[in-house]
Design a protein around this ligand. Sequence first.
Ligand SMILES: [Zn+2]
Length: 115
Amino acid sequence: MEESKDETVYCRECGTETDRDAKFCSECGARMKVEVSDLWYLVSVFLAIVGGLIAWLANKDKDPEKARNFLIVGTLITVIPIAIALIAFFSLSTSTGTEGVRTTVENISRTIPTG
Ligand SMILES: [Zn+2]
């Protein structure tokens, strides 16, 4: 299978047939949309916010919308586990916290000699 290199794309602004590799339209000078690989999503997922930032910086000139998505994915991948961990931590600490206080109070009252 051979990838056709002479595949043409059309300018979004004026519709002129333009070379696939061209960065700008030869007719009106509009920036041509460059395809950004979806593999960048993997970078965002695996490297979390760092990958998101790398993917965003690498692609923001080519496809600002997609680049923003990489950044959002990277941020969510970072924030969601932290949020879950915090919620889990606080729900655990509050439940064991009150339990701990109660047993401590019981222990103290038991150690206090009565009579
Ligand atoms: Zn054009």
